[in-house]
Design a protein around this ligand. Structure first.
Ligand code: SAH
Length: 390
């Protein structure tokens, strides 16, 4: 097996368990090897570190799959890891819908598998994991006997690995427009054309927090996508719910979701730019009892972090201005580049500018089917904050 020798001074990140080995952390590679091959990573003095897959074309040269010298990387390995990931979800009660495999946090770097009841959506975002797609599908078939498996590899990060973007069936074709049940409500999910894997499972626990604040409230949700928070608010007894999203398609799906739950008389949705309307409505002194903001990641790179901070500050400032005294702001951020403390700091700055006082109701992260590993900093990404705005 090809050996990858690390430089004499090993980064703390690798020592602390992070599975990525960057090109600039490596001294030499014993042979020329092709992308995807399983290699052994050792220290400069030849001590075993782990085994993983290599991609000479990628900045991340190796992603470790195991730190156990005796563990073979073969079909059985993938079956075992997926089985373990499933046991973990079952133990925590995430059985119907869940992120079944959350990449690095399940020791399967660059692999995402979302389970939507009997349907599975898969993303393989590195060459070395892509090559095991057959084994992964086989394991899913064995463990779950799914009604369908769909590949959503239409993600640009694959190009950094020399992979093409693609999507399609990994099982016999099926209708990818499905309905899932969450918190007792029903939602249309478009596995083929929905954003990411079709649905944001990471907020499934947080959506229940609306129970505490939505009753009798006039609610505004910006960046509503398919209206999941809106429909929850309506089902928890909101007086009215207005959801907006820039995507016409998302808004259409949100309307269908409200109707599916018999809540279309309470909810209305419109395709609008949140930045424009938040500013306009704040100027017009409109008021809501609850304002929900769950925007997309405003940046994917550290260089643009300031742009993201400005974006969060702007929408949260306007959002607060729209909250009636004593009402609630529900605000989220889904990029791992903004740490929880920084996010909170931005919200506090916005409150200062808006001359409003905040009282924290709760500060959460992603749901438990997206486990966080402290040494692997990018496993924590979601911030979900509810504050009362006085
Ligand atoms: N809360 C949703 C997920 C929101 S994802 C859920 O839990 O399912 C972010 C959404 O913001 C996307 O649907 C995207 O279309 C929308 N979006 C992006 N930029 C926007 C803008 N400027 N104005 C309004 N919506 C925007």
């Amino acid at each position: 097996m090809t050996k990858v020798y690390l430089k004499a001074k090993i980064s703390r990140r690798i020592e602390n368990g992070h599975p990525w080995i960057f090109q600039n952390e490596v001294k030499t590679v014993s042979d020329t090897c092709s992308g995807g091959e399983i290699v052994e990573v050792v220290t400069a003095d030849n001590k075993f570190v782990g085994k993983g897959y290599i991609n000479p074309k990628s900045q991340i040269l190796v992603r470790l799959l195991t730190r156990n010298r005796n563990e073979e990387i073969n079909e059985q390995f993938f079956y075992n890891r997926i089985r373990e990931a499933w046991e973990y979800r079952k133990r925590l009660g995430y059985t119907e819908n869940c992120r079944l495999v959350y990449g690095e946090a399940d020791y399967l770097p660059a692999l995402i598998i979302d389970k939507f009841n009997d349907y599975f959506v898969l993303q393989t975002m590195a060459l070395g994991i892509d090559q095991w797609k057959g084994a992964i599908v086989e394991a899913l078939n064995k463990i779950f006997q799914p009604k369908g498996i769909y590949e959503r590899n239409d993600v640009p990060v694959r190009e950094l690995e020399g992979l093409t973007q693609q999507k399609g069936f990994l099982s016999a074709p099926f209708d990818p427009a499905i309905i899932i049940k969450e918190n007792g409500l029903h939602f249309h999910v478009d596995l083929e054309n929905g954003q990411k894997t079709g649905y944001f499972l990471d907020q499934q626990d947080n959506r229940r927090w609306l129970h505490a604040i939505a009753k009798g409230a006039e609610v505004l949700e910006c960046f509503c996508y398919t209206g999941t928070f809106s429909v929850h608010a309506a089902s928890y007894g909101a007086k009215s719910v207005k959801g907006i999203d820039i995507s016409e398609k998302a808004v259409g799906q949100a309307r269908r979701n409200a109707a599916l739950n018999g809540l279309d008389s309470v909810c209305s949705f419109e395709a609008l730019n949140a930045f424009d309307v938040l500013k306009l409505w704040a100027r017009e002194k409109k008021g809501y009892d609850v304002v929900i903001l769950d925007p997309p990641a405003f940046t994917k790179s550290r260089e643009n972090i300031q742009k993201a901070i400005t974006g969060y500050k702007e929408i949260n400032l306007r959002g607060m201005q729209l909250v009636r005294p004593g009402g609630f702001l529900v605000t989220a951020s889904c990029t791992n580049l903004i740490a929880p403390d920084l996010f909170y700091g931005i919200i506090e700055l916005a409150a200062k500018d808006a001359r409003r006082k905040l009282r924290q109701v709760t500060f959460q992260t992603q749901s438990g089917d997206h486990p966080i590993i402290k040494g692997i900093e990018n496993t924590q990404y979601l911030k979900f904050l509810i504050v009362q705005v006085e």
